[in-house]
Design a protein around this ligand. Structure first.
Ligand code: CTP
Ligand code: MG
Length: 177
């Protein structure tokens, strides 16, 4: 296996809990919004109807399940090993990042679903990384090398765009981004 392919596979493998939790929030989302429909001091919604308890919970659970399966599979594949903490922080952190982005989107006057290139695609990567770094610094620094991080930053917008186009056509999302 050439070095670059190995780095790409490792990058996707390490990001998998986050790559699962983010789209699963879209699949299972709906119902009560996390901001309970309330407005911020600027008169605009705190987060908006696009961030729901069900999406947050179901997305996190799906990401954790994916990570647990990966934990079991690791000895067979000789790819990066996970810690339980990392699985949780990657899954939950991804959706936390997405929520924080929505908060700032609303403050900037963007309606729910408004398009913010790059932020819409890397919000969850930032959330997953920061939360994982905070809770399992050792695992993070052992696994996310500089090369892996660069590959994730390049690859994620591409994967994100593809899944969102798919989600749009499956009528899971209102916009193809
Ligand atoms: N979703 C959810 N709960 C979350 C995240 C996402 O229910 N915590 C669902 C919502 O149905 C949302 C859809 O997934 O509309 C798409 O997610 P996203 O693109 O992140 O939200 P937007 O609706 O585009 O809202 P925003 O402008 O705040 O990003
Ligand atoms: Mg969106």
């Amino acid at each position: 296996m050439t070095e670059i392919i190995k780095i790409i596979i490792t990058a996707v493998w390490l990001m998998m809990p986050a790559y699962i939790s983010n789209p699963m929030a879209v699949v299972f989302g709906g119902g009560m919004p996390i901001d309970l429909g309330k407005n911020w001091t600027d008169g605009k919604r705190i987060l908006g109807d696009g961030k729901t308890f069900r999406g947050l919970f179901a997305g996190t659970v799906c990401g954790i399940i994916a990570g647990l399966i990966q934990m079991k599979a690791t000895p067979l594949l000789s790819l990066g090993t996970f810690t339980l903490t990392a699985i949780i922080t990657l899954s939950f952190g991804a959706l936390l990042g997405d929520m924080i982005k929505s908060f700032f989107k609303r403050r900037m006057g963007f309606e729910r679903g408004g398009k913010m290139p790059l932020l819409d695609q890397l919000d969850f990567v930032a959330g997953a990384w920061i939360l994982t770094y905070l809770f399992d610094k050792q695992w993070f620094s052992e696994n996310f090398s500089f090369e892996i991080m660069i590959i994730v930053l390049i690859l994620t917008p591409v994967l994100h765009r593809l899944t969102n186009i798919m989600g749009y056509h499956l009528k899971l999302k209102k916009e193809p981004w």
